[in-house]
Design a protein around this ligand. Structure first.
Ligand code: B12
Length: 347
Protein backbone atom coordinates (compact mmCIF):
# COMPACT_ATOMS: atom_id res chain seq x y z
CA UNK A 1 0.00 0.00 0.00
CA UNK A 2 1.55 3.30 -1.11
CA UNK A 3 0.41 6.63 0.33
CA UNK A 4 1.27 10.03 -1.18
CA UNK A 5 0.72 13.17 0.89
CA UNK A 6 0.97 16.73 -0.36
CA UNK A 7 0.20 20.22 0.88
CA UNK A 8 0.28 22.21 -2.36
CA UNK A 9 1.83 25.66 -2.43
CA UNK A 10 -0.26 28.83 -2.45
CA UNK A 11 -2.61 29.53 -5.35
CA UNK A 12 -2.02 32.71 -7.32
CA UNK A 13 -3.54 35.48 -5.20
CA UNK A 14 -2.31 38.61 -6.94
CA UNK A 15 0.02 40.54 -4.68
CA UNK A 16 -0.79 38.64 -1.51
CA UNK A 17 1.85 39.29 1.13
CA UNK A 18 2.78 36.81 3.81
CA UNK A 19 3.87 37.61 7.32
CA UNK A 20 7.34 36.20 6.65
CA UNK A 21 10.10 37.28 4.28
CA UNK A 22 10.13 33.99 2.36
CA UNK A 23 7.11 32.48 0.63
CA UNK A 24 8.51 29.02 1.27
CA UNK A 25 7.69 27.01 4.38
CA UNK A 26 9.48 24.26 6.28
CA UNK A 27 8.20 20.66 6.12
CA UNK A 28 4.58 20.23 7.19
CA UNK A 29 4.03 19.23 10.81
CA UNK A 30 0.54 17.89 9.98
CA UNK A 31 2.02 15.25 7.67
CA UNK A 32 4.85 14.43 10.10
CA UNK A 33 2.17 13.73 12.71
CA UNK A 34 -0.16 11.80 10.39
CA UNK A 35 2.57 9.58 8.94
CA UNK A 36 4.16 8.86 12.34
CA UNK A 37 0.76 7.99 13.78
CA UNK A 38 -0.05 5.66 10.84
CA UNK A 39 3.36 4.04 11.13
CA UNK A 40 2.73 3.37 14.84
CA UNK A 41 -0.90 2.26 14.73
CA UNK A 42 -1.79 0.88 11.29
CA UNK A 43 -1.97 -2.92 11.07
CA UNK A 44 -1.62 -2.72 7.28
CA UNK A 45 1.91 -2.60 5.83
CA UNK A 46 2.33 0.69 4.02
CA UNK A 47 4.82 3.20 2.77
CA UNK A 48 4.27 6.95 2.95
CA UNK A 49 5.91 9.70 0.96
CA UNK A 50 5.30 13.38 1.67
CA UNK A 51 5.89 15.24 -1.59
CA UNK A 52 7.95 18.39 -1.86
CA UNK A 53 5.39 21.09 -2.83
CA UNK A 54 8.07 23.02 -4.71
CA UNK A 55 8.05 20.49 -7.57
CA UNK A 56 5.87 21.38 -10.55
CA UNK A 57 2.22 20.38 -10.37
CA UNK A 58 2.62 18.21 -13.50
CA UNK A 59 5.54 16.36 -11.95
CA UNK A 60 3.68 15.82 -8.66
CA UNK A 61 0.59 14.61 -10.51
CA UNK A 62 2.50 12.16 -12.66
CA UNK A 63 4.15 10.48 -9.68
CA UNK A 64 1.17 10.66 -7.30
CA UNK A 65 -1.01 8.79 -9.80
CA UNK A 66 1.11 5.70 -9.12
CA UNK A 67 -0.01 5.62 -5.47
CA UNK A 68 -2.98 3.84 -3.85
CA UNK A 69 -4.00 6.81 -1.72
CA UNK A 70 -3.35 10.50 -2.34
CA UNK A 71 -3.95 12.75 0.68
CA UNK A 72 -4.02 16.53 0.29
CA UNK A 73 -3.99 19.28 2.92
CA UNK A 74 -6.39 21.96 1.81
CA UNK A 75 -6.31 25.57 3.10
CA UNK A 76 -8.43 28.22 1.42
CA UNK A 77 -5.14 29.63 0.17
CA UNK A 78 -4.12 26.49 -1.78
CA UNK A 79 -7.57 25.12 -2.59
CA UNK A 80 -7.30 25.61 -6.35
CA UNK A 81 -3.95 23.85 -6.56
CA UNK A 82 -5.29 21.00 -4.41
CA UNK A 83 -8.27 20.58 -6.73
CA UNK A 84 -6.07 20.75 -9.81
CA UNK A 85 -3.84 17.94 -8.53
CA UNK A 86 -6.79 15.79 -7.42
CA UNK A 87 -8.55 16.11 -10.77
CA UNK A 88 -5.42 15.31 -12.79
CA UNK A 89 -4.41 12.32 -10.64
CA UNK A 90 -7.89 10.79 -10.86
CA UNK A 91 -7.93 11.14 -14.62
CA UNK A 92 -4.51 9.46 -14.90
CA UNK A 93 -5.44 6.68 -12.47
CA UNK A 94 -9.08 6.24 -11.39
CA UNK A 95 -7.93 3.62 -8.82
CA UNK A 96 -6.07 6.18 -6.66
CA UNK A 97 -8.29 7.07 -3.73
CA UNK A 98 -8.26 10.81 -3.14
CA UNK A 99 -8.71 12.21 0.34
CA UNK A 100 -8.77 15.84 1.43
CA UNK A 101 -8.08 17.10 4.96
CA UNK A 102 -7.17 20.37 6.72
CA UNK A 103 -8.93 23.47 8.06
CA UNK A 104 -10.61 24.65 4.85
CA UNK A 105 -12.32 21.42 3.76
CA UNK A 106 -13.24 20.74 7.39
CA UNK A 107 -15.62 23.69 7.07
CA UNK A 108 -17.10 22.70 3.69
CA UNK A 109 -16.94 18.89 3.35
CA UNK A 110 -20.32 18.45 1.63
CA UNK A 111 -19.62 21.20 -0.85
CA UNK A 112 -16.31 19.62 -1.78
CA UNK A 113 -17.86 16.17 -2.36
CA UNK A 114 -20.79 17.63 -4.31
CA UNK A 115 -18.66 19.87 -6.53
CA UNK A 116 -15.71 17.56 -7.15
CA UNK A 117 -16.56 13.98 -8.20
CA UNK A 118 -12.85 13.01 -8.29
CA UNK A 119 -12.51 13.62 -4.51
CA UNK A 120 -13.43 10.37 -2.75
CA UNK A 121 -13.22 11.40 0.91
CA UNK A 122 -13.01 14.48 3.10
CA UNK A 123 -11.61 14.25 6.62
CA UNK A 124 -13.10 16.74 9.04
CA UNK A 125 -10.64 17.98 11.71
CA UNK A 126 -8.39 15.36 13.40
CA UNK A 127 -6.97 13.10 10.71
CA UNK A 128 -4.87 10.51 12.55
CA UNK A 129 -7.45 7.76 12.99
CA UNK A 130 -9.12 8.51 9.65
CA UNK A 131 -5.89 7.94 7.75
CA UNK A 132 -5.29 4.65 9.58
CA UNK A 133 -8.86 3.54 8.73
CA UNK A 134 -8.35 4.35 5.05
CA UNK A 135 -4.99 2.56 4.92
CA UNK A 136 -6.57 -0.51 6.52
CA UNK A 137 -9.39 -0.37 3.95
CA UNK A 138 -12.15 -0.25 6.55
CA UNK A 139 -15.75 0.48 5.64
CA UNK A 140 -16.13 4.32 5.47
CA UNK A 141 -18.93 4.28 8.06
CA UNK A 142 -16.46 2.78 10.56
CA UNK A 143 -13.74 5.39 9.96
CA UNK A 144 -13.92 8.42 12.27
CA UNK A 145 -14.30 12.02 11.04
CA UNK A 146 -14.91 10.84 7.46
CA UNK A 147 -17.21 12.33 4.82
CA UNK A 148 -17.91 9.92 1.94
CA UNK A 149 -20.62 9.32 -0.67
CA UNK A 150 -23.39 7.12 0.72
CA UNK A 151 -25.34 4.57 -1.35
CA UNK A 152 -27.66 7.35 -2.52
CA UNK A 153 -24.57 9.27 -3.72
CA UNK A 154 -25.04 12.01 -1.12
CA UNK A 155 -22.30 13.19 1.25
CA UNK A 156 -22.54 11.15 4.43
CA UNK A 157 -20.65 11.57 7.70
CA UNK A 158 -19.28 8.60 9.67
CA UNK A 159 -18.91 9.75 13.30
CA UNK A 160 -16.77 12.27 15.20
CA UNK A 161 -13.74 11.22 17.25
CA UNK A 162 -10.91 13.26 18.70
CA UNK A 163 -7.35 12.04 18.63
CA UNK A 164 -6.03 10.99 22.02
CA UNK A 165 -2.96 13.21 22.28
CA UNK A 166 -1.60 11.07 25.13
CA UNK A 167 -0.95 8.38 22.51
CA UNK A 168 0.90 10.75 20.15
CA UNK A 169 4.16 9.15 18.98
CA UNK A 170 7.26 11.30 18.50
CA UNK A 171 7.12 12.68 14.98
CA UNK A 172 9.71 13.90 12.49
CA UNK A 173 10.21 14.58 8.80
CA UNK A 174 11.74 11.23 7.86
CA UNK A 175 9.02 10.59 5.25
CA UNK A 176 9.26 14.08 3.71
CA UNK A 177 10.94 14.35 0.35
CA UNK A 178 13.89 16.82 0.37
CA UNK A 179 13.40 17.46 4.09
CA UNK A 180 16.98 18.64 4.60
CA UNK A 181 16.79 21.05 1.69
CA UNK A 182 13.44 22.37 2.96
CA UNK A 183 14.90 22.90 6.44
CA UNK A 184 17.96 24.75 5.17
CA UNK A 185 16.58 28.30 5.06
CA UNK A 186 14.80 27.84 8.40
CA UNK A 187 18.02 26.69 10.08
CA UNK A 188 20.06 29.45 8.45
CA UNK A 189 17.59 32.08 9.69
CA UNK A 190 17.57 30.51 13.17
CA UNK A 191 21.34 30.19 13.41
CA UNK A 192 22.09 33.65 12.01
CA UNK A 193 20.43 35.17 15.09
CA UNK A 194 19.01 37.85 12.78
CA UNK A 195 15.38 38.80 12.22
CA UNK A 196 13.20 35.79 13.15
CA UNK A 197 10.65 36.88 10.54
CA UNK A 198 12.92 35.97 7.64
CA UNK A 199 11.60 32.44 7.39
CA UNK A 200 8.61 30.67 8.99
CA UNK A 201 9.60 28.38 11.86
CA UNK A 202 8.63 24.73 12.35
CA UNK A 203 5.12 24.25 13.70
CA UNK A 204 4.51 22.48 17.01
CA UNK A 205 1.35 21.97 19.04
CA UNK A 206 0.56 21.43 22.70
CA UNK A 207 -3.24 21.75 22.73
CA UNK A 208 -6.03 21.23 20.20
CA UNK A 209 -9.34 23.05 20.35
CA UNK A 210 -9.92 26.74 21.08
CA UNK A 211 -10.35 27.61 24.76
CA UNK A 212 -12.11 30.85 23.84
CA UNK A 213 -14.66 28.94 21.72
CA UNK A 214 -15.10 26.39 24.51
CA UNK A 215 -15.73 29.02 27.20
CA UNK A 216 -17.47 31.81 25.29
CA UNK A 217 -18.59 30.34 21.97
CA UNK A 218 -17.03 30.57 18.54
CA UNK A 219 -16.01 33.96 17.05
CA UNK A 220 -18.44 34.77 14.26
CA UNK A 221 -15.72 35.07 11.58
CA UNK A 222 -13.69 32.02 12.57
CA UNK A 223 -12.85 29.42 9.91
CA UNK A 224 -11.20 26.82 12.09
CA UNK A 225 -12.77 26.64 15.54
CA UNK A 226 -12.97 23.45 17.58
CA UNK A 227 -15.01 23.41 20.75
CA UNK A 228 -13.43 20.40 22.40
CA UNK A 229 -10.07 20.75 24.15
CA UNK A 230 -7.33 18.12 24.12
CA UNK A 231 -3.96 18.59 25.77
CA UNK A 232 -0.62 17.02 24.97
CA UNK A 233 0.98 15.95 28.27
CA UNK A 234 3.75 18.49 29.10
CA UNK A 235 6.38 15.73 29.25
CA UNK A 236 5.47 14.69 25.69
CA UNK A 237 5.78 18.28 24.50
CA UNK A 238 9.34 18.48 25.83
CA UNK A 239 10.26 15.03 24.47
CA UNK A 240 9.06 16.20 21.07
CA UNK A 241 11.09 19.41 21.27
CA UNK A 242 14.18 17.46 22.36
CA UNK A 243 13.66 15.07 19.42
CA UNK A 244 13.57 18.02 16.97
CA UNK A 245 16.65 19.56 18.68
CA UNK A 246 18.58 16.33 18.31
CA UNK A 247 17.39 15.29 14.86
CA UNK A 248 17.57 18.62 13.02
CA UNK A 249 19.10 21.19 15.36
CA UNK A 250 15.68 22.92 15.32
CA UNK A 251 15.13 25.40 18.14
CA UNK A 252 12.62 28.02 16.96
CA UNK A 253 9.02 26.88 16.91
CA UNK A 254 5.63 28.22 15.97
CA UNK A 255 3.05 26.92 18.45
CA UNK A 256 -0.07 26.03 16.42
CA UNK A 257 -2.38 26.18 19.47
CA UNK A 258 -5.24 28.66 19.07
CA UNK A 259 -4.32 29.88 22.57
CA UNK A 260 -1.10 28.64 24.18
CA UNK A 261 -1.54 30.08 27.72
CA UNK A 262 -4.99 28.51 28.23
CA UNK A 263 -4.50 28.89 31.99
CA UNK A 264 -1.71 29.89 34.35
CA UNK A 265 -1.89 26.35 35.81
CA UNK A 266 -1.17 24.73 32.45
CA UNK A 267 1.73 27.13 31.82
CA UNK A 268 3.13 26.33 35.27
CA UNK A 269 2.90 22.58 34.52
CA UNK A 270 4.75 23.01 31.22
CA UNK A 271 7.40 25.14 32.94
CA UNK A 272 7.93 22.59 35.71
CA UNK A 273 8.18 19.70 33.23
CA UNK A 274 10.95 21.41 31.26
CA UNK A 275 14.01 19.14 31.30
CA UNK A 276 17.59 20.42 31.45
CA UNK A 277 19.33 21.09 28.16
CA UNK A 278 16.33 21.35 25.84
CA UNK A 279 16.49 24.31 23.49
CA UNK A 280 13.32 26.18 22.60
CA UNK A 281 12.41 29.62 21.34
CA UNK A 282 8.68 29.78 20.82
CA UNK A 283 6.22 32.04 19.09
CA UNK A 284 2.66 31.52 20.33
CA UNK A 285 -0.82 33.01 20.54
CA UNK A 286 -2.40 34.44 23.70
CA UNK A 287 -5.94 35.65 24.45
CA UNK A 288 -6.12 39.19 25.76
CA UNK A 289 -9.47 39.16 27.63
CA UNK A 290 -8.38 36.15 29.74
CA UNK A 291 -5.05 37.75 30.60
CA UNK A 292 -6.71 41.09 31.42
CA UNK A 293 -8.67 39.33 34.16
CA UNK A 294 -5.56 38.12 35.95
CA UNK A 295 -4.16 39.98 38.93
CA UNK A 296 -0.92 41.84 38.29
CA UNK A 297 0.94 39.31 40.46
CA UNK A 298 -0.44 36.28 38.56
CA UNK A 299 0.20 37.96 35.25
CA UNK A 300 3.83 38.64 36.13
CA UNK A 301 4.21 35.07 37.37
CA UNK A 302 2.83 33.75 34.10
CA UNK A 303 5.12 36.06 32.12
CA UNK A 304 8.10 34.61 34.00
CA UNK A 305 6.95 31.06 33.29
CA UNK A 306 6.41 31.82 29.60
CA UNK A 307 9.93 33.17 29.57
CA UNK A 308 11.27 30.00 31.20
CA UNK A 309 9.47 27.88 28.60
CA UNK A 310 11.17 29.94 25.88
CA UNK A 311 8.26 31.99 24.55
CA UNK A 312 9.92 35.06 23.01
CA UNK A 313 6.90 36.23 21.09
CA UNK A 314 3.27 36.15 22.26
CA UNK A 315 0.71 37.32 19.73
CA UNK A 316 -2.60 38.62 20.86
CA UNK A 317 -5.21 40.46 18.85
CA UNK A 318 -6.95 43.44 20.44
CA UNK A 319 -8.94 43.56 17.19
CA UNK A 320 -11.43 46.29 18.05
CA UNK A 321 -12.56 48.65 20.80
CA UNK A 322 -16.13 49.32 19.65
CA UNK A 323 -18.63 47.27 21.72
CA UNK A 324 -20.99 46.94 18.75
CA UNK A 325 -18.33 45.52 16.48
CA UNK A 326 -17.11 43.26 19.29
CA UNK A 327 -20.57 41.86 19.93
CA UNK A 328 -20.95 41.18 16.18
CA UNK A 329 -17.77 39.12 16.39
CA UNK A 330 -18.85 37.42 19.64
CA UNK A 331 -15.81 38.85 21.37
CA UNK A 332 -15.45 40.34 24.85
CA UNK A 333 -12.70 42.79 24.00
CA UNK A 334 -10.63 44.84 26.45
CA UNK A 335 -10.01 48.55 26.84
CA UNK A 336 -7.09 50.45 25.30
CA UNK A 337 -5.65 50.94 28.82
CA UNK A 338 -5.83 47.22 29.60
CA UNK A 339 -4.18 46.39 26.27
CA UNK A 340 -1.31 48.72 27.20
CA UNK A 341 -1.05 47.14 30.69
CA UNK A 342 -0.79 43.65 29.17
CA UNK A 343 1.92 44.75 26.78
CA UNK A 344 3.95 46.25 29.58
CA UNK A 345 3.47 43.38 32.02
CA UNK A 346 4.39 40.70 29.52
CA UNK A 347 7.42 42.52 28.16
C1 B12 B 1 1.93 26.88 11.39
C2 B12 B 1 0.98 27.63 10.48
C3 B12 B 1 1.52 28.28 9.38
C4 B12 B 1 2.99 28.19 9.02
C5 B12 B 1 3.23 26.85 8.29
C6 B12 B 1 4.57 26.31 8.61
C7 B12 B 1 4.70 24.90 8.10
N1 B12 B 1 5.81 24.40 8.31
O1 B12 B 1 3.83 24.26 7.56
C8 B12 B 1 3.18 29.41 8.07
C9 B12 B 1 3.74 30.57 8.88
C10 B12 B 1 4.06 29.18 6.85
C11 B12 B 1 1.74 29.72 7.68
C12 B12 B 1 1.43 30.53 6.63
C13 B12 B 1 0.14 30.76 6.18
N2 B12 B 1 -0.99 30.42 6.82
CO1 B12 B 1 -1.03 29.31 8.43
N3 B12 B 1 -1.23 28.34 10.00
C14 B12 B 1 -0.41 27.67 10.76
C15 B12 B 1 -1.15 27.10 11.99
C16 B12 B 1 -0.91 28.05 13.17
C17 B12 B 1 -0.78 25.69 12.40
C18 B12 B 1 -0.80 24.62 11.30
C19 B12 B 1 -0.30 23.32 11.88
O2 B12 B 1 0.84 22.92 11.66
N4 B12 B 1 -1.13 22.64 12.69
C20 B12 B 1 -0.75 21.40 13.38
C21 B12 B 1 -1.10 20.16 12.55
C22 B12 B 1 -0.87 18.90 13.35
O3 B12 B 1 -2.47 20.24 12.23
P1 B12 B 1 -3.03 20.30 10.73
O4 B12 B 1 -1.97 20.70 9.77
O5 B12 B 1 -4.30 21.06 10.73
O6 B12 B 1 -3.36 18.76 10.40
C23 B12 B 1 -4.32 18.01 11.12
C24 B12 B 1 -5.74 18.02 10.50
O7 B12 B 1 -6.09 19.24 9.88
C25 B12 B 1 -5.77 16.87 9.56
N5 B12 B 1 -5.26 17.01 8.20
C26 B12 B 1 -4.63 18.02 7.60
N6 B12 B 1 -4.30 17.70 6.35
C27 B12 B 1 -4.72 16.45 6.12
C28 B12 B 1 -4.62 15.64 4.99
C29 B12 B 1 -5.14 14.36 5.05
C30 B12 B 1 -5.01 13.50 3.86
C31 B12 B 1 -5.77 13.89 6.23
C32 B12 B 1 -6.33 12.52 6.30
C33 B12 B 1 -5.88 14.71 7.36
C34 B12 B 1 -5.35 15.98 7.29
O8 B12 B 1 -4.95 15.91 10.23
C35 B12 B 1 -3.88 16.57 10.95
C36 B12 B 1 -3.72 15.86 12.29
O9 B12 B 1 -4.91 15.79 13.00
C37 B12 B 1 -2.64 27.15 11.50
C38 B12 B 1 -3.70 27.33 12.58
C39 B12 B 1 -4.00 26.01 13.22
N7 B12 B 1 -4.08 26.01 14.54
O10 B12 B 1 -4.16 24.97 12.57
C40 B12 B 1 -2.63 28.31 10.52
C41 B12 B 1 -3.55 28.26 9.28
C42 B12 B 1 -3.52 26.87 8.70
N8 B12 B 1 -2.92 29.19 8.34
C43 B12 B 1 -3.77 29.82 7.63
C44 B12 B 1 -3.41 30.78 6.62
C45 B12 B 1 -4.56 31.55 6.00
C46 B12 B 1 -2.08 31.00 6.22
C47 B12 B 1 -1.58 31.95 5.11
C48 B12 B 1 -2.37 31.93 3.80
C49 B12 B 1 -1.53 33.37 5.73
C50 B12 B 1 -1.07 34.46 4.78
N9 B12 B 1 -1.98 35.31 4.33
O11 B12 B 1 0.07 34.52 4.43
C51 B12 B 1 -0.11 31.47 4.89
C52 B12 B 1 0.04 30.48 3.70
C53 B12 B 1 1.46 29.94 3.59
C54 B12 B 1 1.72 28.98 2.46
N10 B12 B 1 2.84 29.17 1.80
O12 B12 B 1 0.96 28.07 2.16
C55 B12 B 1 -5.21 29.50 8.02
C56 B12 B 1 -5.96 28.64 6.99
C57 B12 B 1 -7.44 29.03 6.99
C58 B12 B 1 -8.30 28.04 6.27
N11 B12 B 1 -9.51 27.87 6.81
O13 B12 B 1 -7.95 27.48 5.27
C59 B12 B 1 -5.03 28.84 9.42
C60 B12 B 1 -6.05 27.76 9.79
C61 B12 B 1 -5.06 29.99 10.47
C62 B12 B 1 -6.42 30.67 10.54
N12 B12 B 1 -7.28 30.27 11.47
O14 B12 B 1 -6.71 31.54 9.80
N13 B12 B 1 0.86 29.09 8.50
Amino acid sequence: MKIALIQPNLDEHGNQKQAYGSIKRPPETGFAVLSSWANEFSKQEHETKVFDPNRSIEDITEEASQYDILGLTDWFSNHRNSIKIARAVKSLNPQTRIVFGGPNVSMIPQLVLNNHPYVDFVVQRDGEESLVGLIEGRNPKDIPNLWYRGIDGNPTFSFPKFTDLKKMPLWDFSRHENAEERLKEYLEAQNSGLDPWIFPPLALFSFRGCMKAIREGVCSYCTSSEEQGRALPPEKLWQQIRHLNQTYGAEIFYMADDIFPISSRRIKQITEARPEGVKARIRAYGYLPDMAEMTQKDLEQMAQNLNRIGVFNLFFGSEHYDPLVLSGMNKRGVSVEETARMRQSLN
